[in-house]
Design a protein around this ligand. Structure first.
Ligand code: ATP
Ligand code: MG
Length: 669
């Protein structure tokens, strides 16, 4: 290695080092959030290349998003192997790797026959939707597009799609057989023109097919690439796994790393069983667990462990328990508020305190389940004068559906619709005002019941949030009538600040994956929101995916973590909401009935190893500080895991361990 560059083995813990030094062949790294997964695989590649075990240009590192591939490339460049003399290591997404391969090998099989990457997939799906007589709304088209993507990722065809979609209770904009017909029409469209069109998912399938069926191509490909590495392997889909298997053939020089607890895309085809089953498929694999968390304080890590540890289902068999390696920080704050406004105001206030205390706003994030939830916190941040930006979405009043709704509402009062205005100018009762505005939004998709289909629901949620705002204005506005309420609504829209790129990040849990901040506020962690109501309807698998969403949210925080929920949607409303079931094991309320036993914890105040004063409930319960706990307590972690496993099996229900009031509590429900 050249001077000034990091060495491949610098700053690794023993487990990370084991993964880096494992001989060529199958390696499976099961790891938690913030445990250095990306660090470990980039170091492994650097180590293999710089010690001459493999040439750089024989390594193919793959991941799932362009952003993640860019991050891999950057880290490899920092280690001197993205541009090394031995030939650069390639870091790509599955799709870009397949595109590159296919462009190269296509003429070998198809000769002069032209093909083209389909751009404008939305237009093609729109055409297919119209052709089969489905409602061609943007929402339907986008949902059908999602379904086609999921079907192809899951290796389903227009013939096999509908049965699976029904069996899995997919959230569809139309009956499954009709979606299947649109899927077929779309496939036909792509091959009906003079040039064969391939979409991104076709790239994977075609490349896999070429390697599977043309021995010369398989041979050439396998000669070219000899060592494969996959980051975020819990997100691999059957279509991607098929391509990976084709690439490998009978070889097994493959390193995979992932965190099954961060599987939040199974609705898009991600299948963590490939990660969980890796060691079984490759009995000679080196299996390494990374459980030391370098990102978050021990308190944040404890909370993440408690939430995920109480989960049910097959993912728990990974049996990973995170250990916080950082010094203790403030305890996470769990707070219940009477209503959403009180919640948003308190969160904005706490953010203002942190900022005034010197924390950079860009080091703070507010996360929520659905984008419609951003409205209250946007308003509250505006009020305290803190800038913000929305990640992976637009500000509430910028969204197309809300802009349309606002112009619809304008028509009620601006005289362009005479009939409407005459009829409503005399309204004085707030309930009537809300009813009229609500009725005007029905044509935009505000149905009485929550609609099916992801896109339609998202729109419905935004419109419902807008009506909530109207209700609030109508009940607090001193002057009665439609006009003052609409004026109030316009004033709210006008008061929204322009996005501030260096401000606080507002994002959905999904959009926060892979990112980290010093302070994280999780909003709306109540039943119906997390788990979201349609997941509750869909059943246990969908609910467990919601639990993992909460885990992803919690583990984004380095220091400060706030989790909150409100009992009612608006001030004075009926307090019907319950805190999320996922918080049951960690809420300050009494633990559920069942057997409880406290583990012994000698001299709680000081570390058994070094005598240091202890902060944080978990380390006080263990009786050892973060530095010493690894050596002293590895046995304890294993004993706890065994206890949970045995007890769960014995009683047929999840059992879990939590730390409360400095005491280790083992709970079997
Ligand atoms: P995620 O699950 O969110 O993808 P990850 O497991 O990929 O996280 P990294 O991004 O590689 O984790 O590392 C998380 C943080 O911990 C980074 O800031 C990294 O530099 C740091 N880190 C990783 N390993 C160590 C170590 N051995 N010592 C100190 N810091 C470390
Ligand atoms: Mg990572």
């Amino acid at each position: 290695l050249r001077r000034g560059r990091e060495s491949a083995l610098d700053g690794l813990d023993p487990q990370q080092r084991r993964a880096v030094l494992a001989p060529r062949g199958p390696v499976c790294i099961l790891a938690g959030a913030g445990t250095g997964k990306t660090r470990t695989i980039t170091r492994r590649i650097a180590h293999l290349v710089t010690t001459g075990h493999v040439r750089g240009d024989q390594v193919l590192a793959v991941t799932f998003t362009a952003r993640a591939a860019g991050e891999l490339r950057m880290r490899l460049a920092g280690l001197g192997v993205a541009d090394a003399g031995t030939g650069p290591v390639q870091a790509r997404t599955f799709h870009s790797a397949a595109l590159r391969n296919l462009s190269y090998f296509w003429p070998r099989v198809y000769g002069e026959e032209p093909w083209q990457l389909l751009d404008g997939q939305f237009r093609a799906v729109a055409q297919a939707v119209r052709r089969v007589g489905l409602d061609p709304s943007t929402e339907t088209i986008r949902d059908v597009l999602t379904e086609i993507g999921w079907a192809k990722s899951s290796l389903l065809t227009p013939d096999t799609y509908a049965e699976q979609a029904v069996a899995l209770g997919r959230d569809l904009p139309a009956p499954a057989p009709e979606v299947a017909r649109a899927f077929r029409a779309y496939e036909d469209l792509k091959v009906s023109g003079p040039v064969r069109m391939l979409d991104f998912d076709d790239l994977l399938g075609h490349m896999a097919e070429l390697v599977e069926e043309v021995p010369a191509i398989a041979e050439e490909f396998r000669d070219r690439y000899r060592c494969f590495v996959v980051d975020e392997f819990q997100d691999v889909t059957p279509a991607q796994q098929r391509l990976l298997s084709a690439w490998l053939g009978r070889r097994d020089d493959l390193t995979v790393v992932g965190d099954v607890n961060q599987t939040i895309y199974s609705f898009a085809g991600a299948d963590p069983d490939y990660l969980l089953g890796f060691a079984e498929r490759h009995p000679q694999a080196t299996v390494v667990r990374l459980e030391s968390d370098y990102r978050s304080t021990p308190q944040v890590v404890d909370l993440a462990n408690a939430v995920i540890g109480a989960g049910a289902g097959r993912f728990r068999s990974a049996g990973l328990t995170l250990r916080g390696m950082r010094p203790a920080g403030p305890d996470p704050v769990l707070t219940e508020y009477p209503d959403e406004d009180a919640e948003a105001d308190a969160v904005a206030g706490a953010i203002a305190d942190l900022v005034h205390g010197g924390l950079d706003p860009s080091e703070i994030a507010v996360l929520y389940r659905v984008n419609a939830q951003s409205e209250r916190i946007e308003a509250a941040l505006d009020e305290v004068g803190i800038g913000y930006r929305l990640k992976g979405g637009e500000g509430f009043f910028e969204r197309t559906v809300i802009r349309r709704a606002m112009s619809t509402i304008d028509r009620l009062v601006d005289g362009t619709d005479e009939a409407v205005t005459e009829e409503h100018s005399s309204l004085t009762d707030p309930t009537d005002v809300v009813r009229v505005i609500r009725a005007s939004l029905e044509p935009l998709g505000l149905t009485a019941a929550e609609p099916s289909g992801t896109q339609a629901r998202e729109k419905w949620e935004s419109l419902t949030a807008l009506v909530g705002l109207v209700e609030e204005i109508a009940t607090t506005e001193a002057r009665p009538g439609l006009l003052p309420v609409v004026a109030g609504l316009r004033a709210r829209a006008a008061a929204r600040h322009a996005p501030d790129q260096r401000g606080v990040t507002l994002a959905s849990f999904h959009a926060a994956k892979g990112l980290e901040w010093d302070a994280v506020f999780l909003l709306g962690v109540h039943e119906g929101s997390l788990p979201i109501s349609h997941a509750i309807k869909a059943g246990p698998d969908a609910i467990e995916e919601e639990r993992r969403l909460l885990y992803v949210g919690i583990t984004r925080a380095r220091e400060h973590l706030s989790v909150s929920w409100s009992r009612s949607r608006r001030a004075g409303g009926r307090a019907t909401r319950r805190p999320s079931r996922f918080l049951d094991p960690v809420r300050p309320a009494p633990a559920p009935a069942g057997t409880r036993q406290a583990a012994e914890s000698p001299d709680k105040g000081r570390c058994r190893g070094c005598g240091e004063r202890l902060t944080g409930p978990m380390h006080r319960a263990l009786g050892s500080c973060p530095d010493c706990s690894v050596e002293i307590d590895t046995g304890l972690f294993e004993r706890l895991r065994d206890w949970r496993r045995e007890t769960s099996e014995r009683i047929g229900k999840p059992a879990y361990t939590v730390f409360t009031n400095d005491t280790l509590v083992q709970i079997a429900r």
